[in-house]
Design a protein around this ligand. Sequence first.
Ligand SMILES: [Zn+2]
Length: 246
Amino acid sequence: MLKYDSYYFQCPHCQAWLEGRDLKAEMVNQSILYSDGKVLNDNLITTRQKMIMCPSCGHVFWIENPQEPFITYEKPEAEIYSWNTWRFFGISFSNNKGKLALINHYKTFLKKSHYEPKNEIYLRRFLWWAYNDLHRNHQHVRLKYLLNGFMSFGVWHENRKMILEGEKLFLKNMKGFTENLKRLLALLEKHPEEQIDLELPEIYRELRQFDKAKELLDKLGSRTHFTNEILRHSKWKDSRVFMVTG
Ligand SMILES: [Zn+2]
């Protein structure tokens, strides 16, 4: 049984057909939540990609509130560009070069034109996540991850090398990361309806404004595992993205 539902849509410029995928929630084995709000289900991001670059003609377009006939669940009788050819603009997450390319895609989109606040928030949030992807699973560099048998030595060693290199690249790109996050913060404060859960305290924490993060969390009535974890990392003055559950 397939773990996802396919849907199909056309590039408004050249009419090429593209295949998209929605993961079926009931088939998911493992779900991971990160502190920046990114969720992975079986290693796939669940948020539907709204900005598309056509793999056939390079035209960039949005699929906002998509409805039939623009999006159809019936397979058209035409040649179809598979999901992998266009999702995340065709980049590969298996190396840092791909991750940097994704950052550059978002930066270029943001430079090229002016967006409505809602769309700019979407792009800046994905840019934030893309920067964090450089050192997202930093805990995997610990020897513990080799010793508990999740990975073979070869896989652990290669993965460790990539994450440590990613951490260096992250620090090198700190200026871009900070600028983007400050702009995202200003937009979200102006448009609270676009905020996701604990996004604001988390942004303050990642900007190293730990007292402000704590202040916002203290205002929340109830405590959850998620709020406790952000507080704990704020106390440590640790600003790196971390895994909340998974
Ligand atoms: Zn096209």
